[in-house]
Design a binder for this molecule. Structure first.
Ligand SMILES: [Zn+2]
Length: 487
């Protein structure tokens, strides 16, 4: 009897339920063997920019799919984006050739013309009227043109035939002076256009320029976005007719498509409700003036580590957990839109979709409608004191719900939300006060690996894993009561 009691007492601390054991493993692995930054190193420093239309994005897709498979997850590769012309970019460099010469700080969209080697040319100010154009058109051949009547927000100059006819009709309406004489200058043989921009520079897409391209209408002139301080120096030299040249070497390279891009969907299959899902996701595509380290490399890495922590902890959830690595977010949420609109998973079978896309910050809390509160509060309990430096809280939403969004925007949660699917997300915070400001680097040349904050990202993977696992193990889907105010 005594002996039996003793054995029972000894077993007591080990008498954890299977669920508790998995959570314990997640917390332990998250602390001692967290691999979030391994993926970040590969995505940001090995692969780099991952623009739709490039082989680098396809390479990243393959790597993500293989990595999920290596952890034993079921992977579906879902084609979601097709673009007619591909563009791979190589390095770019430029300098001012003069006594006071300098290396140039600039960017250029990958889907604009390159130079095929270093190209030197004189510099002209943009002719603003047809009269001015007539006066310089002979000299424009083989020259760079400083342009101020084009956007300064990092978008490419629209070189499509549609834009040419729009500019022509504006000119015929007497808008001379505020319309770029784009076609006229290209036909005159300019090397390219140079526009001023504030640093850190953004280099973005222009949907018309990328998606309407064919191998027969490729842009012919370079599209250069130059640090405004250098632009001003060069402009002054040009105005005072000093003798100098600019040299650019831009390795933008087009090739015939179609290029296809994919959502990578990885699943830990549910044991009891395999057709119901808890979903988490982030987007793999990224602008390529930098390396898409925060937007959204960090999200991809945290989502992947969430999956690995669960798989390595022996998670066998009742409901399926799906990890969605989206494509084409930057071009208008193309991957997640395709997934939702094609009902890849029926909308009423999704308990929640957690999106991570933003700064590399720590998930510190979640605010939920009253009808979800008890579930979240129970599920997140192991996180409350997991890391005393980053306390985690579950809050009940106060006040009325906001209306269900009518239009998509923001990030990949949008198409879920407009269709009434819960998209509760974690609030993220710069807990230790590292002076992180996402706006400073968002879509700019500064979105680099050194902006990542490992402690926050590693912590967030643990938060996501524990929460997703708990919600997948409930005996019901999360309540949608009071989620949105229906119109
Ligand atoms: Zn993003």
């Amino acid at each position: 009897m005594k002996r039996i009691l003793l054995i029972a007492v000894m077993l007591l601390p080990l008498g954890l339920s299977a669920q508790d054991k998995v959570v314990k493993n997640i917390l332990e692995l998250g602390r001692t063997d967290n691999r979030t930054m391994e993926y970040a190193d590969y995505i940001a420093r090995n692969i780099g920019g991952r623009l739709v239309g490039t082989h680098m994005l396809n390479h990243a897709e393959d790597w993500v799919a293989e990595t999920f498979r290596s952890w034993g997850l079921e992977v579906t590769v879902q084609e979601a984006v097709e673009i007619g012309v591909g563009f791979d970019r190589g390095p770019w460099s430029g300098r001012m050739l003069s006594e006071d010469g300098m290396p140039l700080h600039f960017g250029t969209p990958a889907y604009t013309a390159g130079t095929r080697g270093p190209v030197k040319g004189r510099v002209f100010l943009e002719p603003k009227t047809r009269n001015e154009f007539e006066r310089v058109k002979g000299a424009l051949k083989g020259a760079w043109v400083l342009v101020e009547t084009a956007p300064k927000n990092g978008l490419a100059i629209d070189s499509s035939p549609r834009a040419d006819s729009l500019r022509a009709s504006l000119l015929s309406e007497g808008k001379e002076g505020s319309v770029l004489l784009y076609k006229e200058m290209v036909d005159a043989g300019v090397l390219g256009f140079i526009r001023p921009a504030v640093a850190p520079m953004q280099v973005l897409y222009n949907r018309a320029t990328c998606f309407d391209l064919t191998m027969d209408n490729l842009p012919k002139a370079c599209d250069i976005i130059l640090d405004e301080r250098q632009f001003e120096i060069i402009k002054q030299k040009t105005v005072s007719r000093q003798d100098f040249l600019l040299e650019f070497d831009i390795r933008n390279h087009f090739f015939p498509g179609p290029m296809k891009h994919h959502n990578i969907l990885a699943v830990i299959k549910g044991t009891k409700y395999p057709d119901e899902y808890v979903m988490l996701g982030s987007h793999l595509d990224a602008y390529d003036i930098a390396t898409g380290s925060t937007d959204d490399g960090q999200g991809v890495c945290v989502t992947m580590e969430t999956a690995r922590l669960l798989a390595a902890s022996g998670a066998k959830p009742k409901r399926s957990i799906m990890f969605c690595i989206w494509t084409g977010e930057e071009y208008g949420l193309l991957g997640s839109k395709y997934f939702v609109e094609n009902k890849t998973v029926p909308w009423d079978k999704i308990s929640n979709y957690f999106n991570r896309d933003g700064g590399p910050l720590a998930a510190v809390s979640v605010t939920v409608p009253p009808a979800m509160y008890d579930d979240f509060n129970e599920v997140c309990k192991p996180l409350f004191d997991y890391n005393p430096d980053i306390p985690f809280t579950v809050n009940k939403r106060e006040g009325d719900p906001s209306p269900r969004p009518a239009r998509a925007g923001g990030s990949d949660h949008a198409y879920f939300a407009i269709n009434g699917i819960p998209t509760i997300s974690f609030r993220e915070k710069d807990v230790f006060g590292y002076d992180f400001n996402y706006r400073d680097i968002w879509h700019t040349e500064d979105d680099l690996f050194d902006k990542l904050i490992p402690a926050y990202m590693e912590h967030s993977a643990v938060v996501q894993a524990v929460t997703a696992y708990g919600i997948a193990n409930l005996d019901h889907l999360l309540s949608r009561q009071g989620l949105y105010r229906e119109q």
